[in-house]
Write a protein that binds this ligand. Structure first.
Ligand SMILES: NC(=O)c1ccc[n+]([C@@H]2O[C@H](COP(=O)([O-])OP(=O)(O)OC[C@H]3O[C@@H](n4cnc5c(N)ncnc54)[C@H](O)[C@@H]3O)[C@@H](O)[C@H]2O)c1
Ligand SMILES: Nc1ncnc2c1ncn2[C@@H]1O[C@H](COP(=O)(O)OP(=O)(O)OP(=O)(O)O)[C@@H](O)[C@H]1O
Length: 299
């Protein structure tokens, strides 16, 4: 491993020690490290860095010669890191200095061991599907960043009334959901917002998506798992003039006559799974799946 990128959010430095440990390990292994510019400026301002580092500010500053992107933060940081990687195929590894860290799987207590494991190549890659979104009329915000790793959410705005989301799959009418909104989630996002709306857990290597209504007002609107080769068309009926579309943590308002077209993105994200970790382990440890006093404590 010769060159990596490091990304963290530039709100506040919540992980000084962890950042220094990561940079030390990379230095010890003679790995060139490029740091995201806003994060770098925050670290310089905070006196965290003892030397200068090359920086990157945008997707166009990166290329496939970067062998890994390390993130320092929680899941939201991972979701934002994806906007720098896009279709470059740079494998992503999250060091969890946030709260849950479902996607950011490296425990901040063993950064050195985990990063050395990665440097020795003791990991596998988990390919993760993304969604791409197109609207008619066009939505400015989706010109460049029109993809999501977790989910695309359609939600009501400034109204207590439900919205109606007319849903077609491959141009065939499915139903009109009367709800607070509708989530189209990837397997990765199935354990995010969709899970909170009673959606199923989908293993990361499944070639599926899930359509999960948000608080639907009927007893028969259930989450529906579909093939990830499906093209999804949505139209919204609302008493308000606008509704919300969010792609992961990025949210925007669109006029109510906006038609939304969602399908699997043309590229995937590679997430690094260290040899001593797995999706099932994360499910058990982070979402306490199967936690039951009757089960052996061999988690
Ligand atoms: N009620 C909810 O559960 C709810 C509501 C809104 C958004 N979200 C999720 O939060 C994501 C944005 O993350 P954020 O950190 O910017 O917001 P945030 O800080 O509000 O995170 C929401 C929680 O969801 C967890 N999370 C995010 N992605 C996950 C995933 N793929 N699997 C399991 N847990 C996941 C985060 O760790 C965090 O604990 C959205 O993509 C959506 O999936 C959840
Ligand atoms: N909007 C914000 N305002 C202030 N600080 C923020 C904001 N978003 C993130 N942060 C800081 O950045 C850290 C990383 O945020 P991130 O969204 O990645 O993770 P998290 O929400 O803390 O954890 P997780 O998403 O895993 O539950 C947070 O712990 C918080 O300290």
């Amino acid at each position: 491993m010769k060159k990596v990128a490091v990304y963290g959010q530039s709100y506040s430095i919540s992980a000084e020690k962890e950042i220094q440990i990561l940079l030390e390990v990379l230095e010890e292994n003679n790995i060139v490290c490029f740091i995201e510019k806003k994060f770098y400026d925050l670290l310089i301002e905070g006196g965290i860095l003892d030397k200068k580092y090359p920086t990157f500010s945008h997707f166009s500053d990166l290329n496939s010669s970067f062998e890994t992107m390390f993130t320092l933060g929680g899941d939201g940081t991972i979701l934002r890191a994806v906007t720098y990687i896009r279709d470059l195929g740079i494998p992503l590894l999250g060091i969890n200095t946030g709260r849950l860290g479902f996607l950011a799987t490296i425990n901040k207590k063993n950064i050195k061991e985990s990063v050395e494991l990665i440097i020795r190549g003791e990991y596998s890659l988990q390919e993760r599907t993304l969604l791409s979104v197109r609207t008619v009329p066009k939505t400015e915000e989706f010109t460049e960043l029109n993809f999501a790793l977790n989910e695309v959410t359609i939600a009501r705005k400034n109204t207590t009334s439900m919205i109606g989301v007319t849903t077609n799959l491959n141009n065939e009418y499915l139903t009109n959901y009367w709800a607070d909104g509708l989530i189209i989630a990837t397997p990765t996002g199935s354990t995010g917002y969709s899970l909170s709306c009673n959606g199923p857990v989908i293993s990361p290597d499944s070639k599926n998506l899930v359509i999960t209504p948000i608080a639907p007002h009927n007893l028969n609107a259930r989450p529906m798992v579909i093939s990830d080769g499906t093209s999804i068309q949505l139209e919204v009926d609302s008493r308000e003039k606008e509704f919300l579309i969010s792609l992961d943590s990025r949210i925007t308002t669109v006029p109510k006559n906006t038609n939304v077209f969602i399908e699997k993105a043309a590229f995937t994200i590679q997430s690094i799974i260290p040899k001593n970790q797995s999706f099932l382990q994360t499910l058990r440890s982070k979402l306490l799946w199967g936690e039951d006093t009757r089960n052996e404590t061999n988690l």
